[in-house]
Design a protein around this ligand. Structure first.
Ligand code: SIN
Ligand code: NI
Length: 257
């Protein structure tokens, strides 16, 4: 294999192999290589760089990462990536249910940020009622080896529910919330640009620090069960929408891709 050869786990009909589905169901995460073609990566990366340059002041910048939420509402190219049918198709194949977009986010670890995103689950942050299949597609728009801040997962923890939200800045917080998780194997998953990991919203995960001179650029599509309802809790996406607890999260903000 040469460095430029495109490796993909996606069949021409958009499906992934059954063993990747099995791995996702067993472990709560899976890597899917080459979910974007090389020209797509180029286009989405260029758009991401412009969006970041234009919206830096709106991004939530911390030591861990800079975050821009719902970029699909800002830019037509980002919208194509968030609503990409190949990504949504694989997410539904893995989750085994119909999904809709909860939100997207661009997550940038600046060059030499030297700060990990510490272990956490995503679901406890979200104002959702029944939503057992929520799944994030973390798409690498640049090569992301461990030293640039790829993700590490705790296999099997998709079955761990009911924990309080965990602090992304605290190395020990998830393990204090559930000490049984401390001695699980930890699986680090490097990605080439155009590769993607999918993880269930309960799967414990972290991202390593960026120790390189190149920004780590990731675009994340977060899908939730099609019938998810609003719990009434505060969240930056739902706060402006005037929702009442029990409302279905559907309509223009939460499209089916
Ligand atoms: C990160 O990219 O730094 C964290 C992503 C996540 O928590 O899902
Ligand atoms: Ni997360």
């Amino acid at each position: 294999m040469t460095a430029t050869q495109h490796v993909t786990d996606i069949a021409p009909d958009g499906q992934v192999a059954a063993d990747l589905v099995t791995a996702y169901r067993e472990n709560g995460f899976v890597r899917v290589r080459g979910i974007l073609g090389q020209q797509e990566v180029e286009r989405f990366r260029t758009a991401a760089e412009s969006i970041l340059a234009a919206n830096r002041s709106d991004s939530t910048a911390g030591a861990v990462f800079s975050q821009l939420v719902n970029v699909w509402r800002l830019d037509p190219t980002a919208r194509e990536l968030t609503l990409h049918s190949r990504l949504a198709g694989v997410a539904e194949q893995l989750a085994g249910v119909r999904l809709r977009i909860w939100h997207d986010q661009m997550l940038v670890k600046e060059p030499h940020n030297e700060t990990a995103t510490e272990f956490h689950q995503d679901q406890p942050y979200w104002p959702h009622e029944p939503n057992r299949h929520a799944i994030s597609a973390w798409i690498a728009l640049v090569d992301v080896p461990p030293e640039r801040g790829c993700m590490t997962f705790l296999p099997g923890t998709q079955h761990v529910t009911g924990l309080r939200p965990q602090d992304l800045n605290e190395e020990d917080d998830l393990f204090e919330a559930d000490p049984s998780l401390r001695w699980l194997p930890r699986v680090t998953v490097p990605l080439r640009a155009g590769d993607c990991t999918f993880h269930n919203s309960h799967t414990g995960h972290m991202a390593l620090p960026n120790r390189t001179g190149l920004a780590r650029l990731a675009h994340v599509n977060i899908y939730m069960d099609e019938d998810t309802r609003y719990s009434g809790a505060a969240h930056v996406v739902t706060d402006p929408l005037g929702l009442t607890a029990g409302d279905r999260l559907d309509g223009e903000w939460f499209p089916r891709p």
